[in-house]
Design a protein around this ligand. Structure first.
Ligand code: 5GP
Ligand code: ZN
Length: 114
């Protein structure tokens, strides 16, 4: 359930320290190192799933979105709004192969995305 080579597993296990925005037993939310908006947080499961497509239990996905709700509320962007993004595999532009949900806020988002 943990890949020692994976940077987000190293964050999830505390080997690489981060300042958590929110965490529980199963998930961790922390700020992106290269923010694309005034608020840019990543929500990750502590377990290693390389991409969205390896998650077989829909309840994990449901709980992940509940963590997004809690995180945006803590960040104070729940009422003004925000964007969630899951980049998946090559065409999705995924660069870190440990499932993560981007939470972007603090400015108006454009559509379509790049
Ligand atoms: P992806 O392109 O895979 O959807 O997003 C990966 C994200 O992880 C990028 O936004 C990148 O800035 C962020 N990231 C990569 N390495 C680290 C790290 O070591 N710490 C933090 N906080 N964010 C990282
Ligand atoms: Zn991992």
């Amino acid at each position: 359930m943990t890949d020692p080579q994976c940077v987000f597993c190293q964050i999830a296990t505390g080997q690489i320290p981060v300042d958590p925005v929110f965490q529980n037993e199963e998930f961790l939310a922390f700020r992106d190192i290269n923010p694309q908006a005034p608020v840019h947080v990543l929500v990750i499961p502590k377990a290693h799933y390389p991409t969205l497509m390896e998650v077989n239990d829909p309840q994990v996905l449901g709980r992940a979105l509940r963590v997004v709700q809690e995180t945006v509320t803590l960040l104070g962007i729940d009422r003004e709004g925000f964007r969630t993004v899951i980049n998946c595999r090559a065409n999705g532009g995924q660069t870190v192969f440990h499932l993560h949900i981007h939470v972007l806020g603090g400015r108006h988002m454009q559509w379509p995305p790049g």
